[in-house]
Design a protein around this ligand. Structure first.
Ligand SMILES: *[C@@H]1O[C@H](CO)[C@@H](O)[C@H](O)[C@H]1NC(C)=O
Ligand SMILES: *[C@@H]1O[C@H](CO)[C@@H](O)[C@H](O)[C@H]1NC(C)=O
Ligand SMILES: *[C@@H]1O[C@H](CO)[C@@H](O)[C@H](O)[C@H]1NC(C)=O
Ligand SMILES: *[C@@H]1O[C@H](CO)[C@@H](O)[C@H](O)[C@H]1NC(C)=O
Ligand SMILES: *[C@@H]1O[C@H](CO)[C@@H](O)[C@H](O)[C@H]1NC(C)=O
Ligand SMILES: *[C@@H]1O[C@H](CO)[C@@H](O)[C@H](O)[C@H]1NC(C)=O
Ligand SMILES: *[C@@H]1O[C@H](CO)[C@@H](O)[C@H](O)[C@H]1NC(C)=O
Length: 520
């Protein structure tokens, strides 16, 4: 239970607190700059957005979000409660980079609380599981959030995705790695030491192993994550101390730091939760193997309730139990920074049946090239909804039907590893070719692609994202693009052109979520 007096007392206290130490990684260990080991002992701090249940939303993902770090009053109310819980970190799942976070972030910092910040947003603000893309819009969204938070001294890590890959859909893997590569390059370019993380859904060991290995292997240019988060709900109630043995063994030789980015099953007995996993997580052998732990999501909330006027918060028995366990934790401090070693990253694993992904990573999304293309393309498609991933699947189906009507097939795009935009554009391009450039189909611009995009596979350090300006584009198809299209009437040439062009365009989202429909 908390009141405004307590908040005021805290504000008085924090003025004299010392600066929060910087955390860095050596191999799979994290250290504060005094050389001591650092473990995450944290909790998810996120108000649930609106969830629209339905067959398109099997994981019950929210479609809106609350930026808790921009709510100064709520932060002032909650930080003493977080301190009482004994946490040194929170995980925030979504923030709005145009809002001000100064008050909350500095109050957290003064309270010794780090922030693990997801760069993703609901709906189209994340790399999609089944129709992945790594696009200018998503990159720019991530970089804007980094720009908004880089001035704070307590950002521990930026997560580039949460549960994007699933045991039944791993095709997003190269896109996640490309995101890690470009975000890392950007952080280096602004001298940020924040870690790059990914939070993985749990699954069978072959899936968890494959994801972990794919995200932390030796690539050039470097693209490995620093921080592997596992959302792990294995421990149920007063479970046996051996519960985590499997996951310990799995990560025994992992080269980057690993932690539980969520834990704390709610539907177990006894209830309220007894949190008997906490002492196990913070003692041997777990601290030797699964290098640091914590963050309890308690699914939607589960730890506290707000008063009707939002002015105060009452904690429940789950909270009291967790506070007792967290506050009893003493960090194991071995190895120290001085004697910690850092193993070289292993070679990247080959694609396998359990983990079917394309071999090459997508290029760095290029704002300049995409802006150029937006001006050149004759035909663009602008979906009428933010939730366009569902739409793209439907459109590919419609387009394949059209292609079938003119004697073509969609066989060429049935494999994994291509983006939705590639597939849709390819199908529409094929339709365009096969229907002999009927005026109602789209014409495009392989010429535009080659003049705008010098190298379809270019990897570079992204610069600061452009200021948000809506790009006015008509969604009306036109028979001939500004670039004039080509006079090539050879379908195999045209297809090759599409692949080259689409490789380049794969990273583009032109005009704010616009999908190109043809590129010949
Ligand atoms: C962020 O906040 C601004 C200002 O309130 C608002 O206009 C914008 O829609 C918000 N963005 C998102 C992604 O919610
Ligand atoms: C998501 O959709 C909104 C609304 O169309 C758009 O403004 C935004 O740029 C999109 N974000 C991404 C990352 O594509
Ligand atoms: C489980 O592990 C904890 C922490 O190491 C220890 O305190 C406890 O005694 C163990 N329980 C059993 C049944 O071994
Ligand atoms: C309390 O806060 C929530 C968001 O966290 C908001 O939706 C609600 O309207 C607020 N209630 C009042 C009475 O301010
Ligand atoms: C690191 O040093 C500490 C104490 O100085 C020692 O206990 C520990 O065994 C060393 N660890 C390694 C991996 O060398
Ligand atoms: C392309 O070739 C087809 C026959 O394969 C022909 O009917 C069509 O007129 C040609 N189009 C152009 C623009 O030359
Ligand atoms: C079409 O292009 C391919 C590849 O360049 C070539 O082998 C083939 O002969 C061409 N067909 C025609 C009809 O020009």
């Amino acid at each position: 239970m908390l009141n405004t007096l307590a908040a005021a007392a805290l504000l008085g206290l924090i003025a004299v607190a010392g600066a929060i130490p910087k955390v860095s990684r050596t191999g799979r260990y994290l250290f504060t700059d005094d050389g001591n080991r650092f473990f995450v002992k944290g909790i998810a701090y996120q108000t649930q957005g609106v969830v629209v249940a339905g067959p398109d939303n099997p994981l019950n993902e929210p479609s809106t979000f609350v930026d808790n770090l921009a709510d100064d009053a709520a932060c002032a109310r909650d930080i003493p409660v977080l301190q009482k819980l004994g946490v040194n970190a929170i995980r925030a799942y979504a923030t709005n980079s145009s809002l001000n976070h100064d008050s909350c972030m500095s109050a957290l910092s003064n309270a010794g609380i780090y922030v693990i910040l997801d760069l993703t947003l609901p709906l189209n603000g994340s790399i999609d599981t089944t129709l992945p893309a790594w696009s200018t819009n998503t990159l720019d969204q991530y970089l804007r959030t980094i720009d908004a938070f880089e001035k704070y001294d307590n950002v521990l890590a930026y997560n580039i995705g949460n549960e994007v890959m699933t045991p039944s859909a791993t095709q997003a893997a190269p896109f996640i790695v490309a995101a890690a590569r470009d975000v890392r390059a950007y952080l280096d370019s602004i001298s940020s030491s924040a870690l790059v993380g990914y939070a993985a859904i749990d699954g069978g060991s072959s899936f968890v192993d494959a994801v972990a290995d794919y995200l932390a292997c030796n690539r050039s240019p470097a693209a490995a994550i620093d921080l592997y988060g596992l959302n792990n709900y294995e421990w149920c109630g007063d479970a046996a101390n051996t519960t985590f043995n499997g996951v310990n063994a799995r990560f025994a030789d992992y080269e980057v730091a690993a932690y539980f980015s969520e834990f704390g099953s709610e539907t177990c007995s006894p209830n309220p939760r007894v949190w008997t996993e906490i002492p196990v997580m913070f003692s041997q052998p777990m601290v030797d193997v699964y290098y640091f732990s914590a963050i309890s999501r308690g699914h939607e909330f589960g730890m506290a309730t707000l008063s009707a006027d939002n002015a105060s918060v009452s904690t429940n028995a789950d909270f009291e139990n967790l506070a007792a366990k967290f506050n009893a934790v003493t960090f194991v401090n071995s190895p120290t920074k001085a004697n910690a070693t850092s193993a070289a990253l292993p070679a990247c694993p080959p694609a396998s049946t359990a983990f079917a992904v394309a071999g090459t990573l997508p290029p760095t999304p290029d704002d300049a090239a995409c802006g150029c293309l937006a001006d050149e393309l004759g035909c663009v498609f602008q979906p009428p909804t933010d939730d366009y991933m569902v739409l793209v699947g439907t459109l590919i189906g419609i387009a394949c039907g059209l292609v079938g009507n003119v004697g073509g097939t969609c066989d060429d795009i049935s494999s994994n590893g291509q983006t939705a935009s590639i597939k849709l554009s390819y199908v529409m391009s094929e339709y365009y070719e096969l229907s002999h450039r009927a005026p109602t189909a789209c014409s495009g611009a392989s010429a535009a692609a080659s003049s705008c995009i010098p190298s379809p596979s270019a990897v570079f350090t992204p610069s600061a994202p452009p200021v948000l300006i809506p790009h006015p584009r008509s969604a009306t198809p036109s028979a001939s693009g500004a670039a004039g299209g080509s006079n090539n009437n050879n379908t195999s040439d045209a297809r090759r052109g599409i692949w080259v062009g689409m490789g380049a365009v794969a990273g583009c989202v032109v005009g704010g979520m616009v999908w190109t429909l043809a590129l010949v």
